[in-house]
Design a protein around this ligand. Structure first.
Ligand code: BTN
Length: 266
């Protein structure tokens, strides 16, 4: 079976380009936007040979895992577009729940959203999301949310535990996850409403979030901060409450929870 949009996505006017093999669905989406593609367009591939992750890391995935990007061209400020990462997290979370209902004999894993953009299954990374934006000559913004789901295999050389749907006993295909994802994206993108609905997205995201109220260590290239993950604010920043009573907004970084947070802090 090849990739196909779900019925809600198709009905809402989304289009799909499916590839057998491509370097990076995110790079292809941005190149098409530069060439005038108006979106909204999904790009999905059976195999990705130069996948890119956050913070310039490589994203390596075998055939059978899902690599897909949604391109949308919009008239919003970059800071507003950045909150689409939460839409992507919610959409993947819903899609994963949906494919689990198709195989009810297996108890579903505990899926949770990890700030800023990951989806965890039973505490291990199952999904990575790379959000990229580029200003177009007409002043609008091309925004690409690239989503990688470990369907058949997870990498073993990561600094955090990783899982695949197969390793969790969920026998879903990349095509089934993609169809559910495209429908869920259409729903949450509608709620987000070019950023006007971020307050509602924020509430939905926090309900599914991992580690709220727990010890957290957030690291970026220059250092980091340790404290308690209090909430996310109305711009999507993580709010970390520190032991000296500050509430520090964090815009980007790698997040470690619980014992991993104490180990990083030590
Ligand atoms: C991360 O570092 O966690 C984000 C990984 C994002 C990977 C996806 S796979 C589809 C899309 N195309 C890419 O090159 N990257 C994203």
């Amino acid at each position: 079976m090849g990739f196909a949009l779900g019925p809600q996505a198709a009905g809402a006017g989304y289009r799909l380009m499916a590839f057998e093999r491509i370097g990076s669905t995110n790079s292809e989406a941005l190149a098409r936007a530069r060439a005038g593609e108006p979106g909204p367009l999904w790009l999905a591939t059976a195999e990705q040979t130069a996948g890119r992750g956050r913070r310039e890391r490589a994203w390596v995935a075998p055939r059978g895992n899902l690599a897909a990007s949604i391109l949308d061209v919009m008239d919003v400020k970059p800071g507003i577009a950045a909150t689409l990462g939460f839409v992507a997290g919610l959409a993947v979370h819903a899609a994963l729940r949906e494919v689990c209902t198709l195989a009810p004999e297996t108890p579903p894993p505990d899926f949770a959203l990890k700030w800023p953009n990951d989806v965890l299954a039973n505490g291990a990374k199952l999904v990575g999301i790379l959000l990229e934006a580029e200003a177009l000559p007409d002043g609008r913004l091309a925004v690409v949310a690239g989503i990688g789901v470990n369907v058949v295999a997870a990498p073993s050389d990561t600094p955090y535990p990783a899982a695949s749907l197969a390793s969790l006993g969920v026998a879903a295909s990349a095509e089934a996850v993609f169809a559910a994802l495209s429908d869920a994206w259409a729903e949450y993108r509608g709620i987000w409403d070019d950023g006007r609905g971020f307050a509602a997205i924020r509430v939905l995201w926090l309900k599914r979030a991992a580690g709220v109220g727990e010890a957290v260590s957030v690291r970026d290239g220059r250092g980091g901060i340790d404290g308690i993950f209090e909430t996310i604010d109305n711009t999507g920043c993580m709010i970390v409450a520190t032991s000296d009573g500050r509430r520090v907004p964090i815009a980007a970084g790698d997040v470690f929870f619980g014992t991993a947070a104490s180990a990083r802090a030590g």
